[in-house]
Design a protein around this ligand. Structure first.
Ligand SMILES: N[C@@H](CCC(=O)N[C@@H](CS)C(=O)NCC(=O)O)C(=O)O
Length: 224
């Protein structure tokens, strides 16, 4: 499923490590029997390699890190690695709020409440960037923490545009000053060759979110 942020995590790690692979997109409204036979839960992503089948985004990414150690996406220091893993864990509160924002679009009061929650939950990621003082959380290039949170940050402009219904067509609201560094990180991520390989444009994300809200997600959108 091209638009799945969890599947994008795995594709980002494959791209960062330059691992030859084949992507098989499936329709989540009509899951193929072969997929459900391998993974009863039917969720994407999953990784198939050498007769092994492994689901769950973080599990697949950590497995790829072990199987293909170069370039390393975690810091060598176990404490620093644990810090990255903790931050990824913390990010589920941000992504969860974003999903609620998608669903609430049009309900100004609910959006305001969710925006406040979002701003609170995203703040540690701004502070962590300031604390590390590097272009990416991993240093000079994106590492596991950068890549694991990126799919939702890529969808951030779409979420905000859909949340603020009074904006004229085509306009993205400026980012709040409280996440200035994070916004600069977003710009750097957008330009990074590994990330570019997997990037989906904001207008396509918006179209997909809108199609999902009607109950008919446009999995095969042209131009994506
Ligand atoms: N915890 C899972 C979540 C994956 C997930 O929710 N994927 C969605 C698509 S974005 C999915 O497969 N949904 C289909 C379903 O729930 O049946 C992971 O990290 O891989």
């Amino acid at each position: 499923m091209k638009f799945c942020p969890y599947a994008e995590r795995t594709r980002l790690v494959l791209a960062a490590k330059n691992i030859p692979h084949e992507v098989v997109n499936i329709n989540l409204k009509q899951k193929p029997e072969w997929y459900v036979a391998k993974h009863a839960d039917g969720k994407v992503p999953a990784l198939e390699l050498d007769n092994h089948f492994v689901p769950e985004s973080l599990v697949t990414c950590n497995l790829l890190e072990q199987l293909y150690p170069e370039p390393a996406l975690y810091p060598a220091d176990p404490w620093a690695k644990a810090r990255d893993q903790f931050m990824v864990e913390q990010f589920s509160a941000v992504s969860g709020t974003m999903y609620q924002m998608y669903r609430a679009s049009g309900d100004a009061e609910k959006i305001k409440e969710l925006s406040d929650t979002f701003n609170k939950k995203i703040q540690p990621f701004e502070e962590e960037l300031i604390r590390r003082g590097t272009p990416f959380y991993h240093g000079d290039r994106p590492g596991m923490l950068d890549l694991m949170i990126w799919p939702w940050m890529e969808r951030f402009p779409a979420a905000r545009k859909l949340g603020v219904t009074t904006l004229p067509e085509g306009e993205v609201p400026p980012p709040p000053p409280s996440i200035k560094n994070l916004h600069e990180w977003v710009m750097r991520m957008t330009q990074h060759p590994d990330v570019k390989k997997c990037l989906i444009a904001t207008e396509h994300h918006m179209k997909f979110i809108m199609s999902s809200k009607t109950g008919k997600p446009d999995y095969d959108m042209e131009g994506v």
